[in-house]
Design a protein around this ligand. Structure first.
Ligand code: HEC
Length: 473
């Protein structure tokens, strides 16, 4: 289309003045936002807001998001807060300046951080780590650092935005099928004040590379010159016999209020051999002293042939475990087959029934057993039909979470790629279920921190997300 020349002239004038305007602006160091930026921000974020041009924003890129981040800071990511030292006008001029620089990129458009509208609360989901392959297990150190395993055989320490690899891992991790490096737990010995890191993984047989077993090691936590390593690594437990299969390793680690270590071991795909036998280790939850020795009050010490570390039996593949903050009970959940993922509270010596009783069927749809109950076998606290592919389990406790959320369970779903909220009544009955973070990816682990922090590890996306309850406006 042709425009009359008279119409083009004003456009050209506006265009030129725009260029002149923006040129003088970026050189104009008197502009308060630019001055403040140069003084307070550019050491970390680069000159002229370089870090914000073409950025994939983590915490939102609307002006109000920037103001919030600058005011409060985000210690976990290493962003200091300026609310105490800068006034609203200074913060405002900084936000304007950063946005003005960011807008130089044509693709820039203001985006809100990811929020979730639940039935009774808005939650913000901040991505605090990304670029991971298959995050599997998480725990916090006594200094607030986040330890994250990747199934591929790496352990990370993340604090104040700095992600460092932890050295000194065992060299017999076999990454195959469902196996690899799995859970991590941090524990400090109250007597010696020494800290240890525990790892569970699929361990290669020393002489036969076709065989593996769930293994548990620990290493002394050593931090020197910003390097993290496990020293004096010792093997504490191997869930023998070694098997040829590469699935159902279990692998969650937790420390009970009794000072004992609990380790879940899956049945390795041998449901007719292990779960109902006290003479092998797969398909059980084991209880050990933190140094790997057997506690004198374990339930099966007097039964000839029984494995002395067994605490509970009849398990399929338990991959979620936490210690209840008020009752001190150990809660687990485990994968059922087609249907029948279940939540259990572990009781000394109890048999959870797999495969004699189950609410599930074979994956092919055929019957495993019609029995869902039997004397001498525990009923689950809850079971999922259909299975959600339950992985990772924790409980909301403290922090800014409203009352209705305190004591709620969070369970990951591998199959349906969401985080499930389960509300329990006083009799520990599940009275409400709700999907959070739908389509976020395979949710592998959930870890709660002492101040109510909730971290969620997501496979596929390769991220760790932090959930924050937002006050009702
Ligand atoms: C000590 C280093 C440091 C200083 C100084 C600093 N920041 Fe940051 N800031 C960070 C880090 C680290 C992050 C997190 C970045 C990440 O995880 O990708 C961050 C994040 C941010 C974000 C959120 C970005 C997003 O992706 O959502 C904004 C906005 C921001 N900073 C603005 C500022 C401004 C404005 C200043 C100056 C007043 C400033 N920062 C000073 C380190 C710093």
């Amino acid at each position: 289309m042709r425009y009359p020349a008279v119409l083009l002239i004003p456009i050209a004038v506006v265009g030129i003045s725009f260029f002149i305007g923006s040129d003088t602006q970026s050189d104009q160091t008197e502009e308060p936002g630019a001055v403040l930026y140069a003084e307070f921000c550019q050491d970390c974020h680069g000159t002229n807001g370089r870090d914000f041009v073409g950025r994939t924003w983590k915490l939102g890129s609307r002006k109000k998001d920037l103001l919030r981040v600058m005011e409060e800071g985000y210690p976990l990511l290493g962003m200091p807060g300026y609310g105490a030292t800068m006034g609203p006008e200074e913060l405002d001029s900084l936000a304007e300046y950063v946005l003005q620089q960011a807008q130089k990129e044509k693709r820039f458009y203001p985006t809100a951080p990811r929020t979730e509208e639940t039935s009774d609360l808005t939650i913000r989901a901040d991505v605090i780590m990304d670029g991971l392959e298959t995050p599997w297990g998480m725990d916090l150190t006594d200094q607030g650092g986040l330890l994250v395993t990747e199934r591929e055989g790496r352990l990370w320490h993340f604090q104040e935005g700095v992600q460092r690899v932890v050295k000194g891992l065992p060299d017999d991790i076999i990454v195959k099928g469902q196996g690899g490096l799995m859970d991590v737990a941090f524990w400090t010995d109250n007597k010696t004040l020494e800290s240890w890191v525990y790892l569970s993984y699929s361990k290669l047989h020393p002489d036969n590379d076709r065989l593996s077993a769930t293994g548990l090691i620990r290493g002394r936590w050593e931090v020197a010159d910003s390097t993290f390593r496990l020293a004096d690594v010792e093997t504490l437990f191997i869930a023998t016999p070694y098997e040829k299969t590469h699935h159902h390793y279990g692998s969650r680690i937790a420390f009970g209020p009794d000072g004992m270590l609990y380790l879940t071991c899956g049945e390795r795909g041998h449901r007719d051999t292990h779960p109902q036998s006290l003479e092998s280790r797969p398909g059980k939850v084991h209880r050990l002293h933190p140094d790997g020795t057997i506690p004198a009050d374990n339930p099966f010490l007097n039964i000839p042939g029984a494995e002395p570390s067994i605490w509970t039996w009849g398990h399929r593949n338990p991959q979620g475990m936490f210690v209840h903050p008020t009752t001190g009970e150990i809660w687990t959940h485990e994968h059922g087959p087609k249907g029948g993922d279940e939540i259990n509270i572990l009781r000394k010596g109890a048999n959870y029934g797999w495969p004699s009783i189950t609410f599930g069927r074979n994956y092919s749809g055929t019957i495993i057993t019609r029995d869902t109950a039997m004397t001498g076998m525990e009923q689950p606290l809850y079971y999922w039909l259909p299975s959600i592919g339950a992985c990772g389990l924790d409980i909301i406790d403290g922090g800014q979470w409203p009352k209705a959320w305190q004591g709620n369970l969070l369970a990951g779903s591998l199959s349906f790629e969401y985080l499930e909220r389960l509300v329990l009544d006083q009799d520990q009955k599940v009275i409400h279920r709700e999907n959070l973070l739908e389509d976020i990816g395979r949710v592998r682990d959930i870890c709660t921190g002492p101040n109510g922090d909730v971290f969620v590890a997501i496979e596929g996306a390769g991220t760790v997300v932090r959930l924050i309850p937002l006050p009702k406006l």
